[in-house]
Design a protein around this ligand. Structure first.
Ligand code: ATP
Length: 296
């Protein structure tokens, strides 16, 4: 298996006329936090369903722990902790009952860890799931997914419904712990600042295609954000070689470059303009530069 926990090769998925996944290929490496980022409808959940074996790849291959998740569901699913976007938990159970119920399916269940997370998240174990808030429901689902210490923690939009403090601190801590123990976390999100804070590796998908994949460090090192000052007002968008995107009006414009910094600098100089600021681009800026502002 090497270091590939998930290996997706050439997966295409069509729903009627819509290509939800269009020749997707990438791998998830062991021991890292992998962020799957894309706007609503990009194809994240469809991809996750292929990893879980809930959808069978019509073309291409999906391997999880070197196995086909459709043909070997017991072997694959037993090693995955999954939190769905819908948080579909049994409404009638109390939190402590859900923990006991989930434990029955997982020999490696760690009740002390589950109890400590219930305390950290300030949940009442006697509360019924139907009475939980959206955020409490997400946290309960997260505990059920993580407390059997799965080899792969798979979270679909884990922060949806969580407030900013929980998102930033607790979620990061739980997901980070998985990777620090040599296990793997794959989570989908459309919140780019969150993906930037939590991930070692990022795969960006847009309209079913991978538009960018790599370690967060490499992606950040390859992109720069330049503020450009023109001596005269520009009435239309200037053409500048080497830039991925250019936005602004009048004298001041902002460009995102991908690698070709020297080409861009020379082009800016030749237009008689100056770079007044050069800084690393955020993941949000990189995403918008690649797929357009309307996408997020
Ligand atoms: P979100 O962030 O909104 O959950 P997503 O990135 O998870 O979006 P998917 O749920 O994978 O996106 O959907 C990708 C596309 O496929 C969407 O256009 C969606 O409407 C479509 N789609 C998903 N499942 C089906 C289905 N069973 N039948 C028809 N279309 C589907």
């Amino acid at each position: 298996m090497g270091n590939k926990v998930v290996d997706i090769q050439g997966v295409t998925r069509q729903f009627g006329d819509l290509k939800a996944l269009d020749d997707i290929s990438f791998a998830v490496e062991r021991g890292c936090v992998h962020g799957l980022v894309g706007a609503n409808g990009a194809g994240k959940t469809t991809l996750i369903k292929h990893i879980l074996g809930l959808l069978k790849a019509k073309s291409g291959t999906v391997r999880v722990f070197d196995q086909d998740p459709v043909r070997k569901p017991v072997e694959v699913l037993g090693r995955i902790g999954y939190l769905s976007e819908e948080r579909d938990l049994p409404e009638w159970m109390r939190i402590h009952e859900l923990m006991r119920y989930t434990q029955a399916y997982h020999p490696k269940w760690d009740m002390n860890y589950a109890d400590s997370l219930i305390k950290t998240f300030e949940l009442d174990p006697r509360q019924k799931i139907k009475d939980l808030s959206r955020g409490q429901r997400a946290l309960t689902g997260l505990i059920a997914a993580v407390a059997h210490r799965p080899d792969l923690l798979l979270l679909d939009e884990p922060s949806s419904g969580l407030d900013a403090v929980v998102r930033q601190d607790i979620l990061k801590e739980v997901v980070r712990a998985v990777a620090d123990e040599g296990r793997t976390a794959l989570f989908s999100s459309h919140l780019l600042d969150e993906v930037e804070r939590m991930s070692d590796v990022v795969t960006m998908i847009h309209k079913g295609k991978v538009v960018l994949h790599g370690t967060l460090d490499d992606i950040k090192a390859a992109h720069q954000c330049l503020t450009i000052q023109f001596s005269e007002e520009q009435t239309s968008r200037p053409e500048i070689a080497g830039v991925l995107s250019l936005e602004g009006y009048g004298n001041q414009w902002q460009a995102v470059c991908n690698g070709e910094f020297e080409v861009a600098k020379a082009a800016i100089q030749s237009l008689g303009a100056k770079i007044t600021e050069a800084r690393g681009a955020s993941l949000q800026e990189i995403f918008v530069a690649r797929v357009g502002r309307g996408a997020m």
